[in-house]
Design a protein around this ligand. Sequence first.
Ligand code: S3P
Length: 190
Amino acid sequence: MPGCETSERVVIAVERIVLLGLMGAGKSTVGPRLARRLGWRYVDLDREIERRAGQRVAEIFAGRGEAYFRLLETACTVALAGCRQAVLAPGGGWIATPGNLARLGPGSFRIWLQVGPDEALARLAGSPEARPLLAAADPLAAATRLLEEREPLYRQAELAVATGGRTPAEVVHEIVEHLRERGLAAAREV
Ligand code: S3P
């Protein structure tokens, strides 16, 4: 049928930015800075989960297990559905729950903050926040395995930014330049 093979360019406005990446990738350092630059609000999903549950993430894992934590994470995502002008920093495993991305609604622009497992662990060494999934006999092996499992999902991000050996300011600069070039709109073929 004439016209069936033609592809139409649809421009979807970027309503929100979702930062993806392994624990220690820099989501919670880059996120607030990026939000400030854009004049958007910043939402750290783990902090939001803690606020609603009245418990730290590590306490939720210890008391109710990871599956329960994932339910809270999804509930928090539902509460953010359709949010606009927001930089969201969910935990590194958020993207692995089927449907979480769709729950936010159209217009999510994913940015993968890339980091190697060894650098991620080095950064986390100074963090006051416990990471239950890395509290293993061999944290490097645990981080490596998580990255291997999640990389196919992280890879689907609209933008990937290498963070190794770079300051948060440099990472934010690269993201802002990229968004500027795109005119804050992501285009896809349908
Ligand atoms: C997790 C990452 C953590 C937190 C929880 C589980 C994960 O957040 O949500 O410990 O599955 O990778 P950060 O990525 O902000 O450290």
